[in-house]
Design a protein around this ligand. Structure first.
Ligand SMILES: [Zn+2]
Length: 326
């Protein structure tokens, strides 16, 4: 475990239902079944692991758990705790009924090392409907001191019959400032942390991925150096020249234009790059956004890159000219 791994207290600010769950856990109380919901990269697995550690930690007082240091905590982290039951192959696309029955049959015997057992089903939407159904009875009348922790990014793929039997908690996005600090704690410099936090809508996983994504960074810089500086028709050939080497990255470039326009419309401008158009307030940026989306649709129907780019640049110049004359 490294110093930068999230700890349970990091999750207290991620929603009132989670704060309440953690508060109860510190009093030694935890529900039989919990479903953790949140989009991709929001930290569901990290929270599930922290909760499993807290339940299987050997520290004497509940408020000290998880300590992160004891044998129990370490074995949960390594996935080797005998009282932590998970599907054998954690990355499998689909989890069938046999696998779940295997886990449930292990519940017939006593806990091995701890006085509790934790069944952890990460991305529980991977469970087939039959596998989900096979869980039902256990969720309702599970053996004492057994806790089910399920996570999902796709809540609606979990059967209603399951959802009605679990306590659901939802991971809210991280606040910009908190996410920036967290990224700096993971070794990013302040600028990179701020920029990644800005782009990732409060998702720590996405922020980390983006911070390591050189292509994203260079395409972003290119967008601000070219399209977002465009003012006059005479400048179009120059911009086309600068973008001539995009080739396979062209569609990604369009999606970055789209993302940046949406962020600017929300007031989340880049800290050191700016759109050069005068009075580019949200309603106007929305017009340019519509042009970018149109270009993306053209690309989806295989119109060639050069043609799409040329029309996009022409229409952007026309649009921004209107702003200057109004
Ligand atoms: Zn511990």
């Amino acid at each position: 475990m490294s110093n930068s791994d999230p700890v349970l207290t990091d999750f207290e600010a991620r929603g009132s239902s989670i704060a309440a769950l953690i508060r109860e856990l510190r009093r030694g109380v935890f529900p039989g079944c919990v479903l953790i919901c949140g989009g991709p990269g929001m930290g569901k697995s990290a929270l599930a692991e922290q909760l499993a550690q807290a339940l299987l930690c050997e520290a004497p007082a509940p408020e000290q758990r998880p300590c992160g240091q004891c044998k129990g905590c370490k074995r949960v982290h390594d996935g080797t705790h005998p009282d932590l039951l998970t599907p054998a192959e954690t990355k499998k696309k689909s989890i069938g009924v046999e696998e779940i029955r295997g886990i449930l049959s292990a519940l017939q015997s006593h806990a091995l090392e701890s006085d509790r057992r934790v069944v952890l089903l990460d991305d529980a939407d991977r469970l087939t409907p039959q596998a989900q159904n096979s869980l039902l009875k256990n969720l309702e009348e599970h053996p004492p001191e057994t806790h089910f922790i399920l996570t999902t990014a796709y809540e609606t793929r979990i059967l209603n019959t399951i959802r009605s039997r679990v306590i659901t908690v939802r991971l809210a996005p991280m606040a910009q400032e908190a996410l920036t600090n967290w990224l700096q704690g993971r070794g990013l410099d302040e600028y990179a942390a701020r920029e990644s936090a800005r782009l990732s809508d409060g998702s720590p996983g996405l922020a980390l991925t983006l911070s390591a994504d050189e292509t994203d960074r260079s395409l972003r810089t290119l967008a601000y150096d070219t399209v977002f500086q465009l003012a006059e028709e005479e400048e179009i050939p120059g911009v086309e020249y600068k973008l001539k080497d995009l080739k396979d990255d062209f569609d990604r470039f369009l999606s970055i234009l789209e993302r940046e326009l949406r962020l600017c419309m929300r007031g989340l401008d880049s800290p050191d790059m700016s759109i050069a158009w005068p009075e580019a307030y949200p309603a106007r940026l929305a017009r340019v956004l519509a042009l970018v989306i149109e270009a993306e649709q053209q690309r989806a129907s295989n119109v060639n890159t050069q043609a799409v780019l040329n029309v996009l640049l022409q229409t952007i110049v026309e649009e921004t000219k209107k702003w200057r004359s109004s």
